[in-house]
Design a protein around this ligand. Structure first.
Ligand SMILES: [Zn+2]
Length: 228
């Protein structure tokens, strides 16, 4: 399945939303002890944001950015007629008519939350490897490996390691990074490069937030999170 939207329109909308809405919210959350993960739910037809949210692990270790966003989405009243009011922020439309965005590739908890809530298309800016290497948060990978990865007969440590951590395309959803979305657009090398730089620029905005988060962690800022 590919998105019903033009990949570049979707990419630029998500990048703008990240910069203008998710990052300011995240900055506020991180300075009071939450992790720097954010999420948004967009209408698939208009690409308008319906809910934007960030991590709230001060309150509970389960309130990851995605779960917090899904919880908030389901507190919204369902949109009703007239037609033009269907896609206003603050109203909920069926999840199958939305696109889900997570700043960071969703962990096992959030993959399940996304699936159980009926979202069938999601995107992310940072991969698991980015979370581990840039943010010193290795648990997405470790939990999938330790809890869900089972050795099949004949598996070696090597074959086990080379197996993907989850099905990025399955009966319930398709999950892609923004880089994969860009590749899907099949632009010229020059245009692709331009967008890659733009993705990198928005990723770079997280650096400052990450420092604040790491400082808070060192200073023992209060959080309900178990794996910090
Ligand atoms: Zn998560």
């Amino acid at each position: 399945m590919t998105s019903t939207k033009d990949p570049i329109t979707l990419l630029s909308t998500i990048l703008r939303l990240t910069e203008e809405r998710i990052i300011p919210l995240t900055r506020a959350g991180v300075s009071s002890g939450s992790k720097l993960f954010g999420a948004a739910i967009l209408s698939r037809s208009s690409l308008k944001p319906l809910t934007v949210s960030t991590n709230n692990e001060r309150e509970s270790p389960l309130l990851h950015g995605e779960i917090n966003c899904i919880q908030q989405y389901f507190t919204l009243p369902p949109a009703s007629f007239p037609e033009q009011d269907q896609e206003k922020e603050g109203y909920r439309i069926p999840t199958k008519d939305t696109i889900f965005f997570a700043t960071h590739e969703p962990c096992s908890l959030c993959l399940s939350g996304i699936t159980w809530a009926g979202f069938n298309e999601f995107y992310y800016l940072f991969t698991y490897e980015d979370s581990r290497d840039l943010f010193a948060i290795p648990y997405d990978i470790e939990i999938l490996e330790e809890v869900f990865r089972v050795k099949a007969p004949g598996d070696t440590e090597e074959s086990l390691k080379s197996r993907p951590l989850y099905n990025r395309r399955n009966k319930f959803f398709v999950g892609r990074s923004l880089i994969e979305l860009l590749e899907e657009a099949a632009l010229s090398a020059e245009e692709t490069d331009k967008w890659k730089k733009e993705i990198e620029r928005v990723k770079g905005l997280y650096n400052g937030l990450s420092e604040t988060y790491q400082e808070g962690k060192r200073d023992g800022v209060e959080s309900a999170s178990v794996w910090k």
